[in-house]
Write a protein that binds this ligand. Sequence first.
Ligand SMILES: [Zn+2]
Ligand SMILES: [Zn+2]
Length: 188
Amino acid sequence: MKIFLDRLKATPEPYTFEAELTWWQETGATLGIGDQAVLDAFQLEMQAYTLGEDLFFDGEIRGALELECSRCLVEYREEIREPFRLLLEPAGDRLPAEPEAAAVLATEGMCLSDELGTGWYKGAEIKLNDFFRELLALALPATPLCREECLGLCPQCGVDRNSESCTCTKANPLSPFAVLESLRKEQN
Ligand SMILES: [Zn+2]
Ligand SMILES: [Zn+2]
């Protein structure tokens, strides 16, 4: 995922990158994602152009991961799609205040500011590896769910309530159904 600055023009041009196996082994692990979790290889697609001295990237990342549902613990397919716009201005003689950002600027030729949408660049080429990691971190669901209405596991007996039913809730006297039932009995 590398861009040579002397090839960028004022008119937008398409770029496509694919996150390779080595990327997942080195960087994916920091997000808790191994390469074996990648179902569809991740693509970074964008238009790139210059605005005077500034660089502008506009595109999205796409791919699919196998994640574990936080409710029923089943592994499922999560489609990931994260659009982005990134404006980079020349770093010049400036150095990022954060040592981490300064290190990334030195190795990648670019670093992000506090906001994901802006940053600085330096040198003749830019690597998008770290930017890709930041985007992916944003795109990952905080609470992975196999589906919105997943019923999860029964907290008492542990059966998967999506495929089996159990009698635990009925036996629970505090359930709303039990309360209704007792009210009905009182009325009779
Ligand atoms: Zn689930
Ligand atoms: Zn149960």
